[in-house]
Write a protein that binds this ligand. Structure first.
Ligand code: GRF
Length: 208
């Protein structure tokens, strides 16, 4: 099968990177991970190294120079799609427009609610009874591009660590599925994959 070349950008623990890696081992998954980009030394970087991926660690550079290096690496690796997975740097509008509609992000809230940082804390302090995550296309405005997939669940306790663990567990299911659908529909233009999917796991509703 022809596969799209993926790059994951990460700055954190790397659970979504691992989920994308595991999904890509399936011969039906239409993407292959070519390079992992990190802006700081972090568990995701160590994970990528241990999985023998091509990696690029670029810290201590302003965003313009960071993006010049990254862009060259992405072209070298013939990358078709960038997946941000806990990447804690805001990409410039110039970079986003160069990779127009080719950058996805996973954000830990039900967008358009709670864009920006510290979403779990905001959920708990707002008293919101529902939480979840969103996979969206990145545009030049923070957390506001086209929504491709989401899940939602009821918030039953105000334990922050538990909430984060739950979010990640379901993100790790949602993100590879949305990437798969995105590649089939937007990159390979196979309309038969376009229809909406919806399912429940443990009372968590997924829709993408
Ligand atoms: C995820 O919760 C994601 O939604 C957010 O950052 C976190 C990254 O987690 N953007 P991990 O590094 O993939 O474990």
């Amino acid at each position: 099968m022809n596969k799209a070349n993926l790059s994951v950008f990460a700055s954190g623990k790397g659970s979504n990177l691992l989920a994308i890696h595991k999904a890509s081992l399936d011969s039906d998954f239409p993407g292959q991970l070519k390079i992992v980009i990190c802006n700081k030394f972090c568990p995701a970087f160590e994970l990528a190294k241990s999985l023998n991926y091509e990696t690029k660690l670029i810290s201590n550079l302003d965003i313009k120079n960071f993006e010049i290096i990254v862009h060259k690496e992405l072209i070298k690796q013939k990358v078709d799609l960038i997946c941000l997975a806990g990447f804690l740097r805001i990409l410039s509008p110039e970079f986003v427009s160069k990779w127009n509609n080719k950058i996805l992000n996973i954000h830990p809230s039900i967008l358009p609610l709670f864009p920006g940082l510290k979403t779990h804390e905001k959920i708990l302090s707002s008293g919101s009874k529902i939480h979840g995550s969103t996979v969206h296309i990145v545009n030049e405005k923070l957390d506001s591009g086209k929504i491709l997939g989401q899940f939602a669940f009821a918030v039953k306790s105000n334990n922050l660590d538990l909430l984060i663990d739950n979010i990640k567990k379901y993100e790790n299911l949602l993100y590879p599925e949305v990437i798969k659908k995105y590649i089939w529909t937007f990159l390979f233009k196979k309309d038969k994959f376009l229809k909406y999917k919806k399912f429940h796991i443990n009372n968590v509703v997924f829709s993408y």
